[in-house]
Design a binder for this molecule. Structure first.
Ligand SMILES: NC(=O)c1ccc[n+]([C@@H]2O[C@H](COP(=O)([O-])OP(=O)(O)OC[C@H]3O[C@@H](n4cnc5c(N)ncnc54)[C@H](OP(=O)(O)O)[C@@H]3O)[C@@H](O)[C@H]2O)c1
Length: 238
């Protein structure tokens, strides 16, 4: 058994937004190392296709709806007896100038990226505190490190996620629960298209598997220690 398999085999994992992009790549990678994986997303057909591809449990729902957020965690706990790892990844962007950003746009981005992450994180943390073990990986963004034009809704949501991560980390490490922040730079996924934009393909831009590799590396660190935060950049996408 490889070092990664012995650290991850049998671990019970929930990946929110596991039907596409980064979440799907993380689900695939962890399943490959022997973890029991549940994935969530709103689009039932996309979720079912991804779950079949990965061999994962599918839990349809919207992280921004509290009953759904709780059900995502409870489904894994009921099926597998607990939750060891949460990849708090579901998210989307809107990229308008301040004067074109409506309160509704702002609220919808924050509902998924901040409130959704909070609700799933809280539900998972309740079990992890009882177990006195577990790891939460919040998937933020380099947009949560530095603001930019058109970033009012998205960048602010990722700054907020980073702030929440620091609070949870301080509270939960006292229960042997690790809270990790992952800040991907641009990754080739459906994210830009869904945000109403487009993405220039480039063979040296990051792909979802790169983020999955980085997250897996943080997860296999012995539970005695943890990587609090990391960013992932493409080396030379110019
Ligand atoms: N791609 C990038 O360049 C990049 C860079 C930095 C950070 N990120 C972050 O990485 C995360 C994953 O993004 P991605 O690039 O992999 O995008 P993606 O391919 O569009 O995947 C997003 C996933 O999240 C799910 N999702 C979105 N809103 C949801 C909600 N309210 N409830 C439940 N599931 C929801 C989507 O499924 P449904 O739509 O079916 O719900 C999908 O499975 C996001 O948090 C994003 O902000 C992405």
């Amino acid at each position: 058994m490889s070092e990664y398999e012995s650290a991850l085999s049998g671990k019970r994992v929930l990946v929110t937004g596991g039907s596409s992009g980064i979440g799907l790549a993380v689900a695939q990678k962890l399943k490959g190392y022997g973890a029991t994986v549940a994935i969530s997303g709103r689009d039932q057909a996309a979720l079912d296709a991804a779950a079949q591809e990965v061999g994962a449990i599918a839990v349809q729902g919207d992280v921004g709806v509290e009953a759904d957020a709780n059900r995502m965690v409870e489904s894994l706990v009921n099926e597998a007896g607990g939750i060891d790892i949460l990849i708090n990844n579901a998210g989307f962007g809107r990229f308008d100038m301040l004067l074109e950003t409506s309160a509704e746009d702002m609220e919808s981005v924050w509902r998924t990226n901040v409130l959704g992450a909070f609700m799933v994180g809280k539900a998972a943390a309740a079990h992890m505190v009882k177990q006195q073990a577990g790891t939460i990986v919040n998937v933020a963004s380099t947009a949560g490190l530095k603001g930019f034009a058109r970033g009012t809704a998205y960048a602010s949501s990722k700054f907020a996620l980073r702030g929440m991560t620091e609070c949870w980390r301080d509270e939960l490490r006292r229960h042997d629960v690790r809270v990790v922040l992952c800040n991907p730079s641009e990754v080739i996924t459906d994210f830009s298209r869904r945000a109403g934009g487009s993405q220039q393909p480039h063979p040296k831009k990051l792909i979802p598997a790169d983020i999955a590799d980085a997250i897996t590396g943080a997860l296999v660190t012995d539970p005695r220690g943890f990587v609090p935060e990391f960013s992932v950049f493409a080396t030379n996408p110019f």
